[in-house]
Design a protein around this ligand. Structure first.
Ligand SMILES: Cc1cc2nc3c(=O)[nH]c(=O)nc-3n(C[C@H](O)[C@H](O)[C@H](O)COP(=O)(O)OP(=O)(O)OC[C@H]3O[C@@H](n4cnc5c(N)ncnc54)[C@H](O)[C@@H]3O)c2cc1C
Length: 578
């Protein structure tokens, strides 16, 4: 690769937010609102106008705690049970207390939520126990509305810069980050008093069944960079073996959206059109039943709408074909799938790491603080379980406000210039070669190996083989990968993050010698749940250059869970009536 810029620019700021999808813009906005004089920088690999999981819009809030419909205590109880008890409740409870304020604020931004004839929020029941789903009929406006606020508050936005590593001071406190332009390969060192990681899920971990690298369920720019950066900075990551696996539309790989269609009377069935799960809310236990049905000979599994009145289906189409993924209508049309006549075939997604839908993330407390001083994390990459979009907004807000306060009380920390030089050398190494393996081939190989060796049911011998194969890919990546332009440079850095995440997923899965969270961590060699030894978080981190894992006790519950409630999510299968 020729003509690499050799200057390294430096920017100083109070609060640096990495990732401008959902949590990131809210974190930056709230930091600026808290301290208008603060220098707040929002850095995004793509373009904040249309980046992240909500880029095209969202059909609804999956987890809204609305007075009159649910209480913070009920929600905290539901999520604790849904996550098999492994839940530090403080961040969940704090989210539940704060999220209604955020809904009202989003409403004021112009993102309208569905209301009933009395003008009250029209909340739907999808979860096993309570009612938390709030439709957003004009959810396609969400990103634009957010962007307007950022412009109004004069948040500094750096688009097309990819953060590659965090910088820490001598005592391990955060000092900033290094980023590289995805268009010109220019480096940028950002010094910051506080850094908020909002880089989303590790969504390019498994390979979709279609084989397309970017045909992922998750927003495809989320290649796990946040997880990798946190790991290399020494932060703790929690429960990475609790994968994200979702029930999706076969070949389209988007959500079937039972949350939208369910309240109208649609449901998940087997190939005979029989309902087999009580509740369509996504959980590991639900996915286990979905998987069992597929294996039982009753599969494939479908979303059934063809029993509904045509007018009802029209209302469902008005949402599903226009808001979140507008391409869905075209997909079904080209396949000849009219919901009135045919059921929609579903399948199981590739694996990923994500707390938004599951629980695998960078360990955070109720202020979104990680275990590294001055480093925060929010959204899909932070460890608050079943967090979804409103969790990203709310915890982003909490992180932004706390980080702005912290920045007021501290100075910038010095970082080691040697760390920058080492990172520049790592990033540019593949550009120094004339020939070799391009990043997309290494990515394909890594992700195919993830499917072969890590996809549940998890088998110890397979995961060990997977580790050996990943080590070989790392050798290829470090010694033979070649990069020919700035765009490919970004892809090569993404491969490194994907490989880091694959290694972390295998390591964490081997550490927890039990099965938990239904299909998410179903280990064939240890098929039972073992509360006596494993009612705890697994914590993974980098110590002295090596990956380590340890147990961490679940914090005492704030909201007690009755013994009889604990297994509510285990009872997903519809029982045969005598
Ligand atoms: C298909 C789909 C449907 C969903 N439907 C719903 C729904 O109906 N209701 C609901 O409540 N939730 C839904 N969710 C979940 C919700 O969208 C997410 O939980 C939430 O948007 C996550 O926000 P985030 O900020 O963590 O990640 P994102 O919004 O994905 O943002 C992450 C950002 O980080 C950027 N980034 C990544 N790496 C770097 C880097 N190295 N440097 C700089 N920038 C970087 C990315 O480009 C991206 O813009 C859905 C998710 C998906 C994928």
């Amino acid at each position: 690769m020729s003509a690499l810029p050799d200057e390294i620019s430096q920017v100083d700021c109070d609060v640096l937010v990495l990732g401008g999808g959902t949590a990131g813009p809210m974190a930056a906005y709230k930091a600026k609102m808290k301290r208008p004089a603060a220098r707040v920088v929002l850095l995004e690999k793509a373009n904040v106008r249309r980046s992240g999981a909500i880029c095209m819009g969202m059909d609804g809030l999956n987890n809204a705690v609305i007075p009159g419909h649910a209480t913070p205590e009920q929600y905290t109880r539901e999520i604790t049970i849904a996550n098999d008890g492994i839940c530090d409740q403080a961040p969940v409870y704090k989210y539940a207390q704060r999220c209604f304020d955020i809904i009202q604020e989003l409403d004021r931004f112009g993102i309208k939520f569905q209301k009933n004839e009395n003008g009250d929020f029209d909340v739907k029941k999808v979860h096993h126990l309570g009612s938390y789903v709030l439709p957003m009929p004009n959810g396609d406006t969400v990103k634009r509305a957010l962007y307007r606020q950022l412009r109004r508050e004069k948040v500094l936005i750096s688009n097309r810069y990819m953060a590659t590593r965090l910088l820490t001071g001598r005592d391990g406190q955060i000092a900033g980050a290094i980023a590289v332009s995805t268009r010109s390969a220019e480096f940028l060192v950002l010094r910051a008093k506080a850094v908020i990681l909002c880089a989303g899920a590790a969504g390019r971990l498994g390979l979709p069944q279609s084989g397309y690298l970017w045909g992922t369920y998750e927003n495809a720019t989320n290649s796990g960079d946040g997880y990798a950066m946190a790991y290399h900075a020494g932060a703790s990551l929690a429960n990475l073996e609790c994968y994200q696996i979702n029930p999706l539309i076969k070949d389209y790989n988007g959500p079937a959206c039972a949350y939208v269609a369910g309240p109208f009377g649609a449901y998940t069935t087997n190939s005979q059109g029989n309902r087999f799960i009580e509740c369509d809310y996504w959980s590991g236990q639900m996915m286990q039943e979905f998987y069992s049905e597929l294996q039982s000979g009753n599969g494939p599994v479908f979303l059934k709408l063809n029993h509904l009145h045509s007018d009802t289906i029209e209302k469902i189409e008005a949402v599903l074909h226009h808001v979140e993924r507008p391409s869905r209508g075209r997909f079904h049309e080209n396949r000849g799938t009219n919901y009135r006549e045919r059921m929609i075939e579903m399948h199981i997604s590739e694996i990923g790491l994500c707390s938004g839908h599951s629980a695998s993330g960078v360990f955070v407390d109720e202020f979104a603080r990680t275990t590294v001083g001055g480093l925060y994390a929010a959204g899909d990459m932070a460890s608050v379980p079943h967090n979804y979009m409103l969790g990203a907004f709310t915890n982003g807000a909490i992180a932004g406000e706390h980080a702005a306060e912290l920045a007021l009380s501290i100075d910038l920390f010095d970082y080691d210039q040697g760390d920058v030089a080492r990172e520049v050398a790592r990033v540019l190494a593949p550009t120094r070669r004339e020939d070799g393996i391009p990043p997309n081939q290494l990515e394909y190989k890594t992700r195919r190996l993830v499917n072969d060796y890590l996809q549940p049911p998890k088998v110890t011998a397979k995961m060990r083989l997977g580790q050996a194969r990943f080590a070989e890919v790392r050798q290829d990546m470090e010694h033979t990968m070649v990069v020919r332009d700035a765009h490919e440079l970004m892809r090569s850095l993404e491969v490194a993050s994907i490989l880091d995440c694959a290694e972390m997923a295998a390591f964490a899965s081997l550490f927890r010698t039990e099965s938990r969270w239904g299909l998410y961590h179903y280990r064939v060699d240890y098929p039972e749940k073992n509360n006596a030894e494993w009612f705890c978080h697994s914590i993974l981190r980098k110590q002295n250059g090596r990956m380590t894992a340890e147990k961490r006790a679940v914090a005492p519950y704030i909201v007690p869970i009755e013994e009889s409630e604990r297994s509510a999510y285990d009872r997903q299968r519809i029982r045969e009536l005598a």
